[in-house]
Structure formats: C-alpha cells, structure tokens
Design a protein around this ligand. Structure first.
Ligand code: PMP
Ligand code: GLU
Length: 389
C-alpha cells in the first residue's frame, strides 16, 4: 500500500526516545530524560510579545513563499552583522525549521547516486534525508582522539567524482565539537577547484563555551561563500523548537529558485506569526536571554563532564558547544541500543544510543535539563555501570 520511497527512511531515533520517555513519565514512572534535543527554557518574552502583537494586528494571510520582506531583511542583517556574510535578500528562504531547509536542499540537489559526505558521528537526520532524496551518504569516521573532527586529508580521501556535497555541523550534534577558523580553512583548501557544495548547519552557533568565537564557513573566503548554503534557525538559540523557524541562504541562484519552487508546492510560506515574532530575536533583542541560557549550559556541562569522567569505564570528550555529551562506554560494551534500553528500564534514565548517530559504543546525553536532574541522572548511570551485566 505504501510507496517504496518511504522504505528507505528510518524514524528519527531522537524523537522516538524523547516521545517514549515523555509517555513513561505521563504514566507516573520515575523517568529522567536526557534525550531531548531542545532547550528546557521558555521562549524569551520579547519574542512572545511580538507574536501576540502579530496576532492582534491580524497577520492571518499567506506571505510570500520565502518569507515576508521584513523577516528576510532581518535575516540578512543578522548574517551580515554576526556572521560577516553578505547575502541579497533574494538569497534567503525561511523554512519550517532547519530540518525542512535540509529536506528542501537535498530534494532539489541530488540525483540518483550522488554522494554526500557526512562526518560521523552525525545528527540522525542527515543520512535519512540524503537517502530519501536518492543520494548516497558517505561517512568520514572520527574518534575521541580527534575530538570528532575531520581532517583535510580525510576529506580529500572521501571525495570521488560523484561527490555532490559536504555537510558541516559546527557546533556538532551529538558531540559538541567546534571547528576553529584555521581548521575550517584547512577543509576549504581541499574543496578549492571542485564543484562540491557545502551545507553549513549552524543551529548551535550561539551555544559556545570557554570564550570561543563562532566562524561561519562561508565567511572564510570568496570561494567558500560561493559554494556554501548556510543553514540556521531559532530552535536552539532562543528556545523556539515548537515555533518552527529555520532558514537557508546561498548566492547559488539555481538552488534558491528550485527550493522556492518546491516549497511553493509543499508548505508554501512558514507560519506568518512566527515570521513576525522572529524579527526581534534576529535583530539581537533577545541577546540577554541567549547569554543567560548559554551560561547555564556551560555550568551544566562542567558539572556533568566532571561526574562522567570520574566513573570507571566511561569517558567523555569535553564539548566546546551545543548541549550534548557523547559518552564513550566502549570499555563496557559496544551495543548502544542494549545499553540504553537497559539503562531506561532499570534506572529510568533516557538517553539516545550512539548507533543513531553512526558511532557505536556511545550514548548521547543532553544537558538541556536542570542541574538537579543531571546530578541525579549521572548518579543513576554510575550505579548502572557498576553493576552492568
Ligand atoms: N540541525 C541540527 C544539528 C539539529 O540538531 C537540529 C535539531 N533540532 C536541526 C538542524 C533542526 O532543527 P529545527 O528543525 O528545529 O530548526
Ligand atoms: N535535533 C534534536 C535532536 O537531535 C531534536 C529532535 C530531532 O529533530 O531529531 O534531538
């Protein structure tokens, strides 16, 4: 009954586990969830108020497919001021979350057999959408030793005459790794002279630790600007996951034209109220809230990392951004599904098995939850590990 094309897709493991943990909690079970990939803070008031205003003003009609002129201008200003990227407003398209940006992009880019290079561990969704779009994911394996970052040499070796695109996600979900400007320059050098398109997923750009500064890969050089699609959104930076606001920007006119065409026949524009409400966030009016959240994430990271690394059999590379720890338990077992299932059943601790992110022997622990739960959760994990059978 169902079309073959859907068979290649697996359900999102991150969403599946978060939903399961939520259901267990609703049934009265003692569950601590570290599976969610969303901030535990509320959306800042300045954004909520802008939405209320937008409703009162009567923004109830369709907008242009890529977004209203005001929201596109706000994104243009943000990208120029914060990321040193000078896009035309016509280079920018808003989408129903960055997941939708990625979906649109792969749908319009890939022909059957086109390869997309994806550094592993990766966010669960990339390979799925690539496969759904008839493309072939090509993984570059990384390890704790390289802080889960790829090297120029690895990139060079992964390129074939079928390579269409490279996905870069910094700060990374699930490892929290952040590429420095110099590291990005090294990768950019390898791409010179090729027609490989770079998808730069910058969702976690605002959640950076230890005083690090963010570099957009498209700002490295004119060559990189021309070949890059910058993807971002407001889900993580201003706690707007449910509002569904993502965007993409690229000077490659063929790509923006194709995405606009596809979107005009699928979702049309994104929610008009969300567009209005996003403008203050894009223009920096929620910066105090962003800094408050960032600081709190950094505190939690420090608490969690110290506790985890004190547990025998576990190790974690200190993340420089995002709100995840990618916990290595290879000394105990490589079977992440079994490990995480037992952890949930025996201790009521929900985490995401590393297999979903393309690296076995790990789990992803989201610290987008309060400090008390983090401490209690890691204590339970310690107990679990001590008695692991
Ligand atoms: N990129 C990364 C790396 C993510 O973790 C997520 C998950 N939220 C997204 C993109 C998509 O986010 P959204 O669709 O909420 O904008
Ligand atoms: N990106 C988040 C995560 O990794 C949200 C869930 C999803 O979209 O997969 O958990």
């Amino acid at each position: 009954m169902i079309a073959k094309r859907i068979d290649v897709l697996s359900e999102s493991l991150t969403i599946a586990i978060t939903t399961l943990a939520r259901e267990m909690k609703a049934n009265g079970q003692d569950v601590l969830s570290f599976s969610a990939g969303e901030p535990d803070f509320g959306t800042p008031d300045v954004i909520k108020n802008a939405a209320i205003e937008a409703i009162k003003e009567g923004n109830s009609t369709y907008t242009a497919v890529p977004g209203t002129p005001e929201v596109l201008k706000a994104i243009q200003t943000k990208l120029k001021n914060e990321n040193n990227l000078k896009y035309d407003v016509t280079d920018i398209i808003t989408n129903v979350g960055a997941k939708h940006s990625l979906f649109n992009i792969f749908q319009v880019l890939l022909n059957s057999g086109d390869e997309v290079i994806i550094p592993a561990p990766y966010w669960v969704t990339y390979p799925e959408i690539v496969k759904y779009s008839d493309g072939v994911p090509v993984y570059i394996e990384t390890s704790d030793e390289s802080e889960f970052k790829i090297t120029p040499k690895q990139l060079k070796n992964a390129i074939t005459n079928k390579t269409k695109a490279l996905v870069l996600n910094t700060p990374s979900n699930p490892t929290g790794s952040v590429y420095t400007k110099e590291e990005l320059e090294g990768l950019a050098e390898v791409l010179k002279g090729t027609d490989i398109i770079v998808l730069s997923d910058e969702m976690y750009e605002k959640i950076l630790f230890d005083g690090l500064k963010f570099t957009s890969v498209a700002s490295i050089s004119d060559d990189m600007f021309k070949r890059t699609i910058t993807i971002n959104g407001l889900s993580k930076s201003v706690a707007m996951t449910g509002w569904r606001f993502g965007y993409m920007a690229t000077p490659m006119k063929e790509i923006t034209a194709a995405v606009k065409k596809l979107q005009s026949q699928s979702t049309s524009n994104i929610n008009a109220i969300t567009q209005k409400a996003s403008i203050p966030a894009l223009l920096g009016e929620a910066n105090n809230d962003i800094e408050m959240m960032r600081k709190e994430f950094e505190k939690r990271r420090d608490i969690a990392i110290e506790m985890f690394n004190a547990i025998e059999g576990l190790s974690v590379v200190k993340p420089s951004g995002a709100f995840y720890l990618y916990v290595n338990f290879k000394q105990i077992t490589n079977d992440s599904v079994e490990f995480c299932k037992k952890l949930l059943a025996e201790k009521g601790v929900a985490t995401v098995p590393g297999i979903g992110f393309g690296a076995e022997g790990y789990l992803r622990f989201s610290f987008a939850t309060d400090q008390k739960s983090i401490i209690e959760g890691i204590n339970r994990i310690e107990d679990f590990v001590k008695n692991y059978k």
